[in-house]
Write a protein that binds this ligand. Structure first.
Ligand SMILES: Cc1cn([C@H]2C[C@H](O)[C@@H](COP(=O)(O)OP(=O)(O)OP(=O)(O)O)O2)c(=O)[nH]c1=O
Length: 203
């Protein structure tokens, strides 16, 4: 005899991320959510195509959570910085952070953040990415030292956070600020509305 399992309505998001910025941005959106950080080995090659890299990593994180919580709506993301043809991920130490900030100095780079949304029970499987262009001020060695004293660069792609100490490093932004911080909230709002689940997540 076949048994059918009742499908649970979508009433919250499972954020498959350990990033405090993603949590904060989701809180600001006013949605019901729980945090369930995915434990995966991310693809981090410097010469990988950035769009493919962030999409691959978000899909990996979403998959990790979706197999463990097939009834839930899983949200996963990945952020990276692309300077020309090169991908700058999180620096491994302070020296690499200094080098990354020196390379970004006086230039415009592109920040890529992907969004993977999965719900096995409701057949939701969405994968996309958003880009923003960020221009750095011309930084002296003193500016870089001052910056890494006020901001921990080690847990951030490109060794900087646009949300912290931006007066030291940022000259301009073209695109979404929340995308640079790790979760493009405008894009996400539109996606939830398109899927018809915004009201059930926020009410
Ligand atoms: C460029 C930039 C990145 N970042 C952060 C966002 C991401 O948290 C981090 C990039 O690493 P990610 O691998 O995208 O995320 P994470 O490891 O912090 O969290 P998880 O994999 O569990 O979801 O860099 C900022 O906070 N501000 C910025 O301006």
């Amino acid at each position: 005899m076949q048994t059918t399992v009742a499908t649970k309505p979508i009433d919250r998001v499972i954020l498959a991320s350990g990033s405090p910025r993603r949590r904060e941005l989701l809180e600001r959106m006013g949605l019901r959510f729980e945090v369930f950080p995915a434990q995966v080995n991310e693809w981090e090659e410097a010469d990988a195509p950035p769009a493919e890299l962030v999409r691959h990593n978000a899909a990996l994180k979403a998959e990790w959570a979706a197999v463990r919580k097939p009834q839930e709506l899983i949200l996963a993301s990945d952020t990276t910085v692309a300077l020309g043809d090169e991908v700058l991920n999180k620096p491994v130490d302070m020296d690499e952070a200094r080098t990354m900030l020196g390379r970004l100095s006086g230039k415009t780079h592109t920040v890529y953040t992907s969004i993977a949304l999965r719900c096995e029970a409701h057949n939701i499987d969405e994968l996309d990415h958003v880009t923003s262009d960020v221009t750095f001020r011309l930084l002296s060695a003193e500016d870089i030292e001052r910056y890494i004293q006020v901001v921990n660069p080690l847990d951030k792609a490109g060794a900087y956070g646009i949300q912290e100490g931006k007066e030291i490093i940022i000259a301009g932004l073209d695109g979404s600020l929340t995308n640079v911080m790790g979760l493009p909230t405008e894009f996400l709002t539109d996606l939830f509305k398109r899927l018809g689940i915004w009201d059930s997540l926020s009410s």
